[in-house]
Design a protein around this ligand. Structure first.
Ligand code: NAP
Length: 250
């Protein structure tokens, strides 16, 4: 795959109905890929199909369903997987979580990353394929208002590094990399978290954001992930993603 030209390649993007996933789908499509977008909200996926046309295939499915993962990989033969789907954590402190709310990110984010990563190794995807998994800056810093979210995202980073090692050991030529975006109010998930942390700090959202530097936009995330996919030299196992772009974490 050459820089910014994905013509002839198929990408599957989970969580493509809104936020980062939607912007990533648009950017990959713009670089020439056929894009299969997976999410539960069929109406929003339909809107994206209306915008992008035949080059975008909407699939209404639960990305954490192992049958969906296996079936969609078998059906579409992707060379690019962007494992972006993620549940919105309940923004409450630890003692106001239940086990069910605490573990939601494990049931959705981690389970989905596990199934799709396993399928990528088992099939296996063709040499030169790329699997990008969305972790979070919270995996490094923690996230005290998000239940088990930060630990779940740290596990996705580990899981992706384990898969990279298996790919190397078996000579599969599949590049696995985790991306850790900085918290941003630009998406539904991020806006809820920012509102929760501002409230906890006793300030309004604008004040909370003032000293945090420029906020990452969904379009910047789309461009950064597309750049990562198209540039095989970007072969680190994890990258931090901010408005300034990707930074290697090793
Ligand atoms: N925004 C931030 O500040 C931030 C920071 C670090 C990491 N992240 C990570 O980036 C990823 C994208 O988040 P976002 O901020 O763009 O959030 P968002 O706007 O809330 O979008 C989440 C996406 O995930 C999909 N999704 C959730 N559960 C799903 C399931 N079971 N099956 C299929 N799709 C599912 C949603 O679609 P449906 O509801 O239609 O299914 C939606 O498209 C997440 O993994 C998130 O943890 C975000």
């Amino acid at each position: 795959m050459s820089a910014q030209d994905l013509t002839g390649s198929t990408a599957i993007v989970t969580g493509a109905s809104r936020g980062f996933g939607r912007a990533i789908a648009v950017a990959l499509h713009g670089a020439g890929a056929r894009v299969v977008g997976v999410a539960r909200d069929g109406a929003r996926l339909g809107e994206l199909r209306a915008r992008l046309g035949d080059g975008f295939t909407p699939v209404t499915a639960d990305a954490a369903d192992p049958v969906a993962a296996g079936h969609l990989i078998d059906t579409h033969g992707p060379r690019i997987l962007v494992l972006n789907a993620g549940a919105s954590p309940l923004p409450r402190p630890l003692h106001q979580q239940t086990w069910q709310t605490f573990s939601r990110s494990w049931d959705v984010d981690v389970q989905h990353a596990f199934h799709w990563t396993r399928e990528a190794l088992l099939r296996p995807l063709p040499p030169g394929s790329v699997v990008v998994a969305m972790s979070s800056g919270a995996a490094v810093q923690g996230s005290p208002l998000s239940g088990g979210y930060a630990g779940a995202k740290a596990t996705i980073r580990f899981l992706t590094a384990y898969a990279a090692e298996e790919s190397e050991l078996a000579g599969l030529g599949i590049r696995f990399t985790a991306v850790l975006p900085q918290l941003t109010p630009a998406t539904d998930l991020g806006a809820a978290a920012v509102a929760g942390y501002a409230d906890r700090a006793g300030v309004d959202v604008a004040t909370f954001l003032k000293d945090r530097g420029p906020a990452l936009t969904a379009e910047q995330a789309g461009a950064a992930i597309t750049g990562l996919v198209t540039d095989s030299a970007q072969d680190q196992r994890a990258y931090l993603l901010t408005a300034a772009g990707l930074r290697e974490l090793g």
